[in-house]
Design a protein around this ligand. Structure first.
Ligand SMILES: Nc1ncnc2c1ncn2[C@@H]1O[C@H](COP(=O)(O)OP(=O)(O)OP(=O)(O)O)[C@@H](O)[C@H]1O
Ligand SMILES: [Mg+2]
Length: 383
């Protein structure tokens, strides 16, 4: 009897350990099965072809015209499960047959205000050397209509909607645009042509639209488009999709310019170093039809600019700005400013508290050499 009980006990414990093993194994089995199914699901997700995001242009019952991001338009079907779509909706379409599969709601992809530079600049006309004729013209075309629109109504003429400042780099184009914004207390909205077409691929035209909406909201305002040539260059042939994109952005710009009245309190100032490659459409009458050349400063102007940038410097008596300005032939306003900064550095390096004529001469030499080096690089690149 005793021996029997003992055996039974052993048997029981063996059975017990087996059964606990099986439950452990079935648990493991369950976990593995789950993992496999999850991975399968994941794999399936990878296999699903991507859908294309497009915009609905027109709806014709069960069909629609959509516009792809590259600008091409197609006549496609709307799938049953999609439900109602209307023009302007953003939809997902199949890649092969472009059937509209699903409507999606896209919240505004960007906040325009965080993409443009918007400010109330504090540049006074007094900060600008030379350029008094140009400043006068800008005042007549931009400042006067903003300040006294009734004058134009009375006389019965319409002022230009915008101006184009063209000339070499660093000659004060941005400065002038800021000065007129400042003197009219306008919002200054700065956009850079090349950024508009490079940074916001596919969105350029929309950006332009929103920029002008913003300008109207913040009026009086000045929309300053720097590097206009990047947007509005003459094109012999619009071939690649990149060019089409630039072209669309440009068309939108023209539409916006045409869309507002000359006496609305939004003015456009374009700037470029390359007037020669500009598409004439942008400077046609009624658009940026006032062209103002901003030249490299000549004698008097150079001296004025030098005085402006050295007015807060502590100069030693021997400096003689007149003579120095004569040495700076062909330098732009920005380069004259650079000369002042460099001269200051020469003084700092020698622990002096005032800037001497010699500092200036060394600075002029340095800035001129840098300019020459740039010129040589350019020659190397473009022959
Ligand atoms: N006529 C000027 N009077 C005073 N300062 C000037 C003048 N021209 C240029 N400067 C100085 O050079 C800096 C650069 O000028 P600005 O940005 O206006 O040049 P730009 O013509 O817009 O050049 P870019 O074509 O390269 O954009 C200014 O901030 C200013 O300090
Ligand atoms: Mg500029």
């Amino acid at each position: 009897m005793g021996a029997n009980t003992k055996e039974k006990n052993i048997l029981d414990s063996v059975i017990y350990s087996y059964s606990s093993d099986t439950s452990q194994m079935s648990e493991e089995n369950r976990i593995l099965k789950e993992t496999v199914s999850k991975l399968k699901e994941e794999l399936d997700r990878f296999k699903v072809p991507p859908l294309m995001v497009s915009e609905v242009r027109n709806v014709f019952g069960k069909d629609a015209i959509i516009r792809l991001p590259n600008g091409n338009q197609f006549y496609v079907r709307i799938s049953e499960e999609c439900g109602k779509v209307k023009a302007g909706d953003i939809v997902l379409t199949d890649q092969k047959n472009l059937t509209i599969i699903k409507k999606i709601v896209i919240t505004r992809q960007f906040d325009i205000e965080s993409f443009v530079i918007m400010e109330k600049p504090k540049v006074s006309w007094k900060d600008i050397g030379g350029l008094s004729i140009q400043a006068q013209e800008i005042k007549e075309v931009v400042e006067l209509p903003l300040k006294k629109p009734e004058l134009f109504k009375k006389i019965g003429i319409t002022p230009p909607k915008g101006i184009l400042l063209y000339g070499d780099p660093g000659t004060g184009k941005t400065l002038l645009a800021k000065a007129v914004a400042s003197s009219t207390n306008s919002t200054f909205i700065e956009v850079v042509g090349s950024e508009l077409v490079q940074k916001f691929i596919g969105e350029g035209a929309k950006m332009v639209k929103e920029i002008f909406e913003l300008a109207r909201k913040k009026a009086p305002s000045i929309v300053f488009i720097d590097e206009l040539d990047a947007l509005a260059a003459k094109r012999i042939e619009v071939g690649t999709s990149g060019e089409r994109e630039v072209n669309r952005t440009f068309m939108q710009l023209l539409a916006e310019i045409d869309g507002f009245e000359p006496l609305d309190n939004v003015k456009i100032i374009g700037a470029t170093n390359r007037k020669d490659i500009l598409d004439p459409a942008v400077i046609r009458p009624g658009r940026l039809d006032r062209l103002i050349h901003i030249p490299i400063p000549k004698n008097e102007a150079r001296l004025e600019i030098l005085k402006i940038h050295s007015r807060n410097m502590s100069l030693s008596k021997d400096v003689g700005l007149n003579g120095l300005s004569a040495q700076m032939k062909d330098l732009s306003g920005a380069e004259i400013k650079a000369v002042c900064t460099e001269a200051g550095y020469f003084a700092i390096r020698e622990n002096r508290t005032s800037v001497t004529r010699k500092d200036f001469l060394k600075a002029i030499d340095k800035v001129k050499r840098e300019e020459d080096a740039e010129g040589e690089d350019y020659m190397k690149m473009f022959g």
